[in-house]
Ligand binder design. Structure first.
Ligand code: B12
Length: 169
């Protein structure tokens, strides 16, 4: 099994959706200058179930959301690191970007935009909420990214730079 098949197999086991993106032409997706030499990215996503989101703002609902949010982040971060290590072992460079990592400045920004990478990977479009909308899970999905120099089989960009705004008449 080659490395790309290994990554796909691993993602099938660990996450709900994933895709490959060519970020070479969209360097604005990467905010941290130190990460700009990577040309490819793997976007991974795990959904938060409807029963959890629908109960936010109820007495027990907020805590359930927080618990689930943390568990999903842990799972995404752990999976991203495992994929990073899998790629490094085969002598390619790679850097996992955690789900909620924030750069140590006072601007509340991540080292790259997970939403933008997910869009480039064909996993959804940007909705009027400014969230990434996946066709199956809507916005109820959290993301992490693995950057790499490994050439990935990039899928045609189904929703490339697609911004959808509802028009009310
Ligand atoms: C800091 C942060 C916040 C801050 C907001 C500050 C900010 N700068 O936006 C706070 C704490 C307030 C926050 C709140 C929330 N957040 Co937040 N947040 C982040 C974090 C860690 C960094 C965001 C960042 O750096 N933004 C900086 C700008 C430059 O990046 P950007 O907003 O993605 O913008 C890019 C795109 O807009 C793109 N772009 C511009 N035009 C277009 C057009 C198209 C078509 C495309 C594809 C891209 C694109 O270019 C920009 C530059 O790359 C990200 C994780 C990450 N690293 O992406 C999560 C993230 C964006 N948050 C997320 C979520 C879920 C939320 C909340 C809903 C949580 C909650 N339950 O309340 C709220 C509401 C957010 C909202 N409605 O927008 C999710 C979004 C998931 C999704 N489905 O889209 C993310 C991706 C976390 C994750 N791992 O899944 N968040």
């Amino acid at each position: 099994m080659d490395l790309i098949d290994k990554i796909k197999f691993f993602c099938d086991e660990k996450v709900i959706v994933y895709g490959f993106a060519d970020v070479a032409s969209y360097k604005e997706v990467i905010i941290d200058d130190d990460l700009r030499n990577f040309n490819y990215a793997i976007s991974i996503g795990i959904n938060i179930p409807d029963r959890v989101i629908d109960n936010i703002n109820t007495p027990d609902g907020d805590k359930a959301y927080l618990d689930y949010y943390q568990r999903v982040n842990e799972r995404l971060d752990e999976t991203a690191l495992q994929i990073q290590d899998m790629i490094r072992k085969e002598n390619h460079s790679s850097k996992a970007v955690k789900a909620s990592y924030i750069l140590p400045n006072d601007r509340l920004e991540g080292s790259l935009s997970h939403k933008f990478v997910a869009n480039l990977a064909g996993l959804g479009w940007i909705g009027k909420s400014a969230l990434l909308i996946n066709p199956y899970y809507g916005p109820r999905i959290r993301w992490a990214t693995i950057l790499t120099d490994l050439e990935l089989p990039v899928k045609t960009e189904d929703y490339l730079l697609d911004v959808r705004v509802a028009v009310y008449v």
